[in-house]
Design a protein around this ligand. Structure first.
Ligand code: FAD
Length: 465
């Protein structure tokens, strides 16, 4: 179906969707006119319906109804994704997992949770914490980001250097394929090599192979100690030495770096987030999470002392209370300051080898300045995982010239063999660059995999490739 579907087709689809999910499960345009497909700017839903199945069987019926009427399907979790993966078109219906929001089971003995795809990450955190357990995937958008969305994007976040990305915490999956087939592979075991490990069809494939409905995830004991330091460092060479010192701490859980442009923007934003005076090239937030109060806190103190003795820290503060720890994290998680300071901006989520990151960032800004002298940016990220984010604005023309801005940055990145997305995914916004930077063989293998499961591109048709 090339253009907007006719009223007749829409009416027939509506009838079938209603019989699949009932009135509680179907939203019509007036119900979702204020919903955006993007967390930072209004991107309306162009689809005629948002179907909200209550289980995999209902979802299967929704998928079959969409196919029968020539519609495609775009899946929505919490709509916090920043790669445009939730963007819609008139010949698509939206499937939202928001009614599948139950935590079905938490097992203390096996340390696993069985969750439905629409459960927000924070809701799982709170439920397992009450049982002395911890789900390590943690990100700034955790209040809205869902289990299904984080699995589909293989989300990273703040604790990757200790516990890995979402995929590493996933044991089993249930999902629905593009023809409505329900795949239940709800493995609960740490070791299980019985055939293909089907969860990987869904993890990190951005809803192009199937729609996640439920999952089994691994939990770990709830950390009982948390130490957080926020320090100023004068050079990237020192930041990297600091990282190596920090890595010797078994309880190290985060190593987050803010470049001068980012920290000055946040510290001067009037939001009260200014733990140290600006004026240094880098600020680093280091966190350890553990279960042995004496050993962990002692190790953290020795780390800070040693870093200071070795001249790695120009200024710093160690949080003395839970409130201070939250405030220090708040400095690092200040994405809304980009919106208030820059208005529109192009966001990058790249990774590269640590010894290349400083040069890569400098060259990217130099190349941007050569084309756009008015460019401003904020640079920060999960340096401990090789991953940095850049928010770039050139003012009013930012949206119109996004492709040029991206091309400049990605060309520099390619010289350093970096990854054009570290954790946010390709979505609809980076797909041209995927084609440009992946090798022919890789692209062919990806296409073949997708063709095998969804030859007609029914699921998330504009995502990935
Ligand atoms: C303030 C902020 C901070 C963030 N920090 C991080 C971070 O540290 N690390 C990180 O990795 N990301 C981060 N993100 C990005 C975002 O939160 C993640 O990509 C997250 O995984 C998206 O989850 P969601 O439920 O909102 O999915 P959505 O945005 O709704 O969807 C994202 C993609 O997944 C697909 N999808 C959603 N649900 C399903 C499902 N059940 N089955 C199949 N496909 C599905 C969608 O079609 C879309 O392509 C951040 C975003 C914001 C706004």
């Amino acid at each position: 179906m090339a253009d907007a579907p006719t009223a007749e087709v829409v009416a027939a689809l509506r009838a079938d969707l209603l019989s699949a999910v009932g009135t509680a499960g179907l939203l019509e345009p007036e119900d979702f006119e204020t919903r955006s497909c993007d967390p930072f700017r209004p991107v309306p839903i162009l689809s005629p319906f948002v179907a909200r199945p209550a289980n995999a069987e209902e979802l299967s019926a929704v998928v079959k109804a969409a196919i029968a009427h020539g519609f495609r399907i775009v899946t929505h979790g919490g709509r916090t994704g920043v790669a445009g993966g939730a963007f819609t078109r008139p010949d698509s219906i939206v499937v939202s997992l928001e009614r599948m929001n139950r935590i079905e089971e938490i097992s203390d003995v096996d340390q696993i949770a069985v969750v439905q795809a629409g459960v927000p990450i924070q809701a799982l955190h709170e439920a397992v914490e009450a049982r002395g357990l911890f789900y390590p995937v943690d990100l700034g958008a955790k209040g809205s980001a869902t289990m299904g969305g984080t699995i589909a994007t293989n989300a990273g976040g703040n604790h990757v250097l200790r516990w890995g990305m979402t995929r590493a915490n996933l044991l089993g999956i249930e999902g629905v394929l593009a023809d409505g087939t329900i795949v239940s592979s709800m493995n609960r075991l740490l070791k299980n090599n019985t055939g293909y490990d089907l969860k990987h069809l869904f993890a990190g494939t951005e809803g192009t192979i199937g729609i996640v409905t439920r999952a089994v995830v691994r939990l770990v004991p709830l950390p009982t100690t948390q130490s957080v330091a926020f320090v100023a460092v004068e050079s990237m060479a020192k930041v990297l030495r600091l990282l190596n010192l920090a890595r010797a701490m078994p309880a190290l859980s985060a190593f987050e770096v803010m470049w001068r442009d980012y920290y000055e923007m946040v510290a001067n934003s009037g939001t009260g987030r200014r733990p140290l005076e600006p004026g240094h090239d880098y600020h680093v937030l280091i966190e350890s999470l553990g279960n042995d109060p004496e050993a962990d806190e002692g190790a953290f103190e020795r780390f800070v002392q040693r870093a200071s003795d070795e001249g790695l820290i120009a200024d710093g503060v160690v949080a003395a209370s839970e409130r201070q720890r939250r405030e220090l994290w708040h400095v690092r998680e200040a994405s809304e300051v980009f919106v208030s300071e820059f208005g529109t901006f192009v966001s990058f989520d790249v990774s590269a080898e640590l010894n290349a990151i400083e040069r890569m960032v400098e060259e990217a800004y130099a190349a941007l300045r050569a084309r756009f002298p008015e460019v401003r940016g904020g640079t920060f990220g999960h340096l401990g995982d090789n991953n940095i984010h850049l928010g770039i604005t050139i003012g009013e023309d930012t949206v119109a010239r996004t492709a040029e801005i991206e091309e400049i940055v990605f060309d520099v990145l390619a010289r350093y063999q970096g990854a054009l997305t570290a954790e946010h995914g390709i979505g609809t916004l980076k797909r041209d660059f995927l084609r440009k930077y992946k090798s022919e063989g890789e692209l062919a293998a990806m296409r073949r995999l997708r063709d095998a499961f969804d030859p007609d591109r029914r699921l998330n048709p504009d995502v990935m490739l």
